[in-house]
Design a protein around this ligand. Structure first.
Ligand code: ARG
Ligand code: ZN
Length: 877
């Protein structure tokens, strides 16, 4: 068993850099195996740093070829250099320049950090600490520099050469077959925002005039032949720019905005200044190859990276502990954008589904951490649902607490006060304190401790006084006994048998919001004509678990009558969760309860299905197996959850069958309809496919027939894939034929084959592990491509609970072996995959010990990366 743990970086140890770098001139001569980088750095002592401190530059896997100070080549005894750092023990106490020449091998760079090649295209990824793999540098976000980059490459293989900022010069180098471009980025930035690209790429572009009158060009670069598939992303960039101008008064600040899609990428995308680099999965879309969900994700991620131009780039982070400052805020901004582009209520449901699926389990397991962590061993393991999604919820709560107008004023203030600076969470909150005059120090507690708070609520109606009293109690598991209560905005209202009771009032409720600040508190509504049902945490106003003692009848009243769509959906989810968990606990599926639920859904569909199909599809989609597991919380038996959930789905499918068949007819698109990815069209498809899914679980023969017909004739990928997914859940010949036809049709489309891998990896049957092992040898699969690994093994570990948690341990073994096989080449992706074991302690005993064995086997392997070691250490702690 490995005992050493990686060194820990602590927030409490932060101190300013001893040196600053004002200007960087980079000369990068690209070559597949022997790239040369010359960096000329204008350094000076930092007045805020320690006097006479040595210069210690970060490096990672670098070979130093030359070093000069103010033009003089340095003698070997004047510095110490190795792969990981470059130290000048004594250096001038005045501004000076260092010229550093390094050599790198982009082809051998399988970590996909720093400068690497993706299908022949040179590209970079520098966040969080990849720039030090290009040259020795003060690779920390509070060192901001103005960059000029000259990029040189073979003209034939790299006709396109892109850098940060604006293009200033380009030309040929006669007689060499090489050419170059020079880019200048006038705005100081940290090294993690550096990027360059070189390769053969096609381009789509459009001109745009910003609200400030700047004439700019937006361009997207993609693999040759794929230009039409970038049209939707290009449009999304323009809509993002307009939205940020209208909503936050933020305009773009350079002459060009470039987006490049590459096929090998560790994450979703990266907001490098003026040169966003994307996983091509989040750029390329056509009706034939992309689903509605893909279109929505492209829109959201394009917006996310663009919005970083202000929340992240113009105002950056002082240190990596402040990561939520840019990520939580930017997720909030992209969520708001998508809500404005689509249906706000439906989008909110999706946000909460994601939060509950990813963040709640993370916060309840050994990898839990505060939204602003206090220490880390490997920062790349902190790009988490907690930092991103819970971070966004904190910003949303802030807006709920202070109101929209003050929120906008505070954002303006934040950008104005911190433009060009590396800021902290305190700087963010200070801006809102300044415009509201409020003290937000207690609110700041949300950043400090892990764990999902619980809020218990009970209500009592007094007919004599026509009053309704609500008692609240908050608690924080895992936060420690000393944790002060949180400031929790509770959006709420009362609902009666015929609709919202708007005449009921409470002096503790302002604009529909009650602020719970104490461990316990209560409020009383007056003027309440009859016993009401409380609608609590409307719109999911705080990231908490709510324990309200409402019976199903009360919840079904909310489903029917609440004015808040989110809570209507939530009511149906709660009823379904109750029915499923009761059965998991061994009670038989409570017949009358299930029947009442079916009847309520029938009424609901009758009234709403055609009015708002997207919303209706959300109501029909039951809580996932993961949601149920998270609700049960301990001694989890995934097989029992699967069986109980399927039983309820059968009841729904059987009870609603005729209505669902009719709905499918009513929602069918007339032949020849042109595909549109807009939210309304997508919503009709979603409901139609949700109906198919329920029909198939109740009546497999009919389901198979419908799914086969749809798979064969679907005019778009959304319907084709939905049909194939339904088919995949029905064992037999039709499934294998359908899968084979799909594979043949898309043999040359790696992103589509990813969907094919994922569908097979999530079949909840014995045999899936073996099927995945076969698919790992499929010619389209490659361990070097993160998208392939995520599709085949990632989706298995995250979305196939019965098979991942197989009782013979074969599921754990498969994932553990993949983690180990990947760690030598791409530790970041290996570590991410390993987080699938994060909930192991909550499993029932037999699985718990099998999962622990798999984890210990990984952890005991010699020579592990820091990334995987860190996840192993924390998971087993
Ligand atoms: N900042 C990127 C984003 O927009 C994520 C980059 C994370 N990269 C990494 N290697 N950890 O969310
Ligand atoms: Zn981001």
């Amino acid at each position: 068993m490995r005992t050493e743990t990686p060194p820990t970086v602590r927030l409490a140890d932060y101190r300013p850099s001893d040196h600053l770098i004002d200007r960087v001139e980079l000369d990068v001569r690209l070559d597949p195996r022997d790239t040369r980088v010359t960096a000329t750095l204008a350094l000076r002592p930092n007045p805020a740093g320690r006097p006479d401190a040595p210069v210690v530059l970060d490096g990672d896997d670098l070979t130093l070829l030359g070093l000069a100070l103010d033009g003089e080549v340095l003698a070997p005894e004047a510095y110490r250099a190795d792969a990981a750092s470059l130290t000048l023990p004594s250096c001038p106490q005045r501004p000076f320049t260092l010229r550093i020449e390094t050599r790198l091998d982009p082809t051998a760079n399988t970590k996909l950090m720093g400068l690497y090649r993706s299908s022949g295209v040179y590209c970079t990824q520098c966040e969080a600490d990849g720039f030090r793999r290009i040259t020795y540098f003060l690779d920390r976000p509070d060192v901001l520099s103005v960059y000029t980059t000259r990029i040189e490459a073979d003209r034939e293989t790299a006709p396109v050469l892109l850098g940060n900022g604006n293009p200033v010069e380009a030309g040929d180098i006669p007689g060499t077959g090489r050419h170059y471009t020079v880019w200048h980025d006038p705005l100081p930035k940290p090294a993690y925002l550096f990027a360059l690209v070189g390769g053969r790429l096609d381009r789509v572009a459009k001109r745009f005039t910003t609200i400030e009158g700047r004439d700019i060009e937006i361009a997207i670069y993609v693999e040759p032949g794929k230009a039409e598939r970038a049209a939707y992303a290009l449009d999304a960039v323009e809509r993002s720019m307009i939205w940020d101008e209208q909503t936050f008064g933020r305009a773009y600040d350079l002459d060009v905005f470039n987006v490049v899609a590459v096929s090998d990428f560790n994450m979703g995308a990266m907001e490098n200044k003026g040169l966003n680099i994307f996983n091509d999965k989040y750029v390329l879309a056509s009706p034939e190859t992309a689903t509605d969900a893909d279109y929505a994700a492209i829109e959201a991620i394009i917006a996310h990276e663009y919005f970083h131009n202000w929340s992240g780039n113009r105002v950056t982070c002082r240190d990596w502990f402040q990561l939520c400052l840019k990520e939580g805020l930017t997720v909030f901004r992209d969520q708001e954008f998508s809500s404005d582009m689509r249906s706000r209520a439906v989008h909110r449901i999706g946000e909460v589904r994601t939060l509950r699926a990813r963040q709640f389990p993370e916060d309840a397991g050994p990898l839990a951490h505060p939204v602003r962590p206090k220490h880390y061993a490997e920062i790349n393991n902190f790009y988490t649902a907690t930092v991103y999604e819970k971070g966004a919820e904190i910003v949303r709560m802030l807006r709920t607490l202070i109101g929209e107008t003050a929120f906008r004023a505070g954002m303006d203030r934040y950008f104005a006060d911190n433009d060009g600076r590396a800021a902290t969470v305190e700087d963010f909150l200070r801006a809102f304190e300044a415009v509201t005059g409020r003290d937000l120090s207690r609110f700041a507690e949300w950043y400090e401790r892990p764990g999902t708070p619980r809020v218990a609520v009970s209500g009592r109606y007094d007919a004599a006084t026509r009053t309704y009293r609500l008692d609240f109690r908050q608690a924080r598991p895992g936060a420690g006994a000393d944790a002060p209560p949180l400031v929790i905005p509770v959006s709420l209202g009362l609902v009666g048998a015929d609709g919202p009771l708007d005449q009921a009032v409470s002096d503790r409720v302002k604009d529909g919001v009650f602020v719970l600040e104490a461990a316990e508190d209560s409020l009383t509504f007056t003027n309440v004509a009859a016993e009401p049902v409380p609608s609590l945490f409307r719109g999911f106003s705080a990231p908490v678990r709510v324990e309200a003692s409402l019976d199903d009848a009360a919840r079904l009243t909310l489903l029917r009558h609440d004015s808040d769509s989110f809570n209507r959906w939530e009511a149906a989810q709660r009823v379904a969760t109750g029915l499923i968990t009761a059965q998991v606990r061994g009670d038989m599926m409570e017949m009358t309860g299930a029947d009442r639920f079916v009847a309520a859904l029938d009424t609901f569909l009758d009234a709403e299905a055609l009015r708002d199909p997207a919303f209706a599809a959300q109501v029909l989609a039951l809580p996932s197996e993961g949601d149920i597991a998270d609700e049960i919380g301990q001694e989890i038996d995934p097989d029992a959850i699967f069986a109980a959930r399927r039983a309820l789905r059968r009841r729904l499918g059987a009870g609603l069958c005729d209505r669902l068949l009719t709905l499918r007819e009513a929602l069918a698109e007339p032949a020849g309809t042109l595909f549109s990815p807009d939210a309304a069209s997508a919503g009709r498809r979603a409901l139609r496919n949700a109906a198919l899914d329920l029909i198939a679980v109740a009546d497999p023969a009919t389901g198979a027939e419908l799914a086969q017909a749809q798979a064969a004739a679907a005019p778009n990928m959304t319907d084709r894939l939905a049909a194939l997914s339904t088919l995949a859940l029905l064992p037999g010949e039709a499934r294998e034929t359908g899968l084979a036809a799909f594979a043949e049709r898309y043999a040359d489309e790696p992103l589509v084959l990813d969907k094919w891998f994922a569908i097979q990896a999530t079949i909840p049957e014995d045999g899936t592990v073996e099927r995945i092992r076969r698919l790992q040898r499929h010619p389209a699969f490659a361990m070097t491509n993160p998208n392939r690994v995520r599709s085949l093994v990632g989706s298995f570990s995250l979305a196939n609970p019965t098979q991942f948690n197989r009782l013979d341990g074969a599921g754990y073994d498969l994932v553990a072996e993949t983690v180990l096989a990947l760690d030598g080449t791409n530790p970041q992706v290996a570590a991410r995959l390993m987080t699938a074991f994060g909930s192991w302690r909550r499993l029932e005993g037999r699985r718990r010990s099998l999962a622990e064995t798999a984890l210990r086997r990984i952890a005991a392997t010699p020579g592990l990366s820091r990334d995987v070691t860190d996840i192993g250490t924390r998971s087993l702690a």
